[in-house]
Design a protein around this ligand. Structure first.
Ligand code: NDP
Ligand code: HSE
Length: 427
């Protein structure tokens, strides 16, 4: 029988993810100890309401409403509360006391990452966050470690499970956004405040984290262009389907000549593209690297037990470092490259217009594109009574030129309505 040193784990939060982490730590203690080379003892669970019902059967005596006392007597602190405060203060307290920290809190890392990583570095502690992006999918460690010797050029991904679930339900079953969101919330996918999901803020936080890691810099959350799915209509989903596309909320991080860019917005993806087949709350992240070429990471992007897998991996990893000794590895932000202006990003638009059905209209519309320097790839026309619908897909063009084109179309006499504007990715 091997005698292990025992590490005390403080768990902060026992919601969708925390309750599953607690159940696994209690139910698989021997197995995890043999992997970590140290006993991992769940010392206590700090929550708001110690008497609230939990998703897992957990001993009542482990619960406390006093996180600070628990933190100060622990070697590893696992933060699964979410949001900015009190999570930030509690993590700083944990790091200050020399404890290693594991968190799934992308909102906090995107907003206060530099402060937290500096606090960890100061005491040689580790701050691990595999669960913060794309739930169960290992993506942080591959970017931070496996690809540390390569040059990442682009990341294209679906990184929010709730919105992918909603868009998939809208696409495959014709459900409305609110109806699908209610199910996603019941299933434990959504944030405590689900507007973070549907307005794109959760995906934007993840994009900031991914871009920072991939390009070895700090990407401020405010620099991430963010559009959610609340403007996506049933009509857009239906016409996307007819045209052979699927609407997905994408996070795109790029290293451009003008700097680093991270953006989140709904986009049309060809039905034949692998991202179009990402269903339910699954996520997928494509990474393009100079030497490695194209890599794809796919799996559960949300859910309590699935996310617990990533959290447990981090706990075992930090426990190993405790056993081996030595300081944790600091974040690499050495490139300090700037942020690219949003207008310089190259993208494609699909623009649906209601126009007069009379001679000269097509030429007038084409003239607007030409004046803005935007090249048209395809035009589809359908007519009804005196009106026609034009569905135009552009070639790649700078975002500023495309936005200028849409503005000019809106004020053009032959255009009755700019019915839909969506970016197109994955062509
Ligand atoms: P939940 O809202 O389900 O749970 C939050 C937990 O934190 C609850 O147990 C709550 O206590 C506790 N809590 C809230 N405020 C305080 C406080 N002031 N002091 C002490 N405890 C507090 O969140 P999730 O489990 O869904 O998410 C946790 C984290 O994991 C978040 O950062 C989230 O973004 C992230 N994440 C979530 C995923 C998911 O699929 N759900 C996937 C990947 C990451 P009480 O129960 O008593 O109210
Ligand atoms: N609310 C998040 C999502 C949880 O739906 O993706 C996982 O980060």
């Amino acid at each position: 029988m091997i005698e292990y040193r025992t590490l005390r784990v403080a768990l902060l939060g026992a919601g969708s993810v925390g309750s599953q982490v607690a159940a696994q730590l209690l139910g698989r203690a021997d197995e995890l100890a043999s992997r970590a080379g140290a006993g991992i003892e769940l010392a206590g669970i700090a929550v708001r309401d110690v008497d609230a019902p939990r998703d897992a059967d957990l001993p009542r005596e482990l619960f406390t409403a006093d996180p600070e006392e628990l933190i100060l007597s622990s070697d590893i602190v696992v933060e699964l509360i979410g949001g900015i405060e009190p999570a930030r203060t509690l993590i700083l307290k944990a790091l200050g006391s020399g404890a290693d920290v594991v968190t799934a809190n992308k909102a906090l890392l995107a907003a206060h990452g530099p402060e937290l990583f500096a606090a960890a570095e100061q005491v040689g502690a580790q701050l691990h966050y595999e669960a913060a992006v794309a739930g169960a999918i290992p993506i942080i460690r591959p970017l931070r470690d496996s690809l540390a010797g390569d040059r990442v050029q682009r990341i294209l991904g679906i990184v929010n499970g709730t919105t992918n679930y909603i868009l998939d339900e809208m696409h495959t079953k014709g459900l409305g956004l609110e109806e699908a969101l209610a199910v996603a919330t019941d299933l434990g996918y959504a944030e405590a405040d689900p507007t973070a999901d549907i307005e794109g803020h959760d995906a934007a936080a993840k994009a900031a984290i991914l871009a920072g890691l991939a390009f070895h810099t700090t990407v401020p959350l405010e620099s991430v262009h963010c559009e959610g799915i609340t403007g996506v209509t049933a009509a857009q989903i239906e016409s996307a389907k007819q045209a052979g596309y699927v609407v997905k909320l994408l996070a795109i991080c790029e290293q451009l000549e003008s700097g680093v860019s991270a953006r989140v917005h709904p986009a049309l993806v060809p039905a034949s593209h692998p991202l179009a087949s990402v269903h339910g709350a699954n996520n997928a992240v494509f990474v393009q690297a100079e030497a490695a070429g194209d890599l794809m990471f796919y799996g559960a992007g949300a859910g309590g037990i699935q996310t617990a897998s990533a959290v447990l991996g981090d706990i075992v990893s930090v426990a190993r470092r405790h056993v081996a000794g030595g300081p944790g590895v600091a974040e690499s932000t050495a490139s300090a490259v700037g942020i690219a202006p949003f207008g310089s990003i190259q993208t494609r638009y699909q623009i649906s217009l209601e126009v007069d059905d009379r001679p000269g209209v097509l030429a007038a519309v084409a003239g607007v594109f030409s004046e803005q320097g935007v090249s048209v790839e395809t035009v589809l026309q359908s007519s009804a009574a005196s009106a026609a619908t034009l569905v135009i897909v552009t070639h790649l063009a700078p975002e500023s030129a495309l936005a200028g084109t849409v503005e000019a179309l809106r004020s053009n006499d032959v255009v009755r309505d700019v019915a839909s504007v969506l970016r197109v990715e994955g062509l």
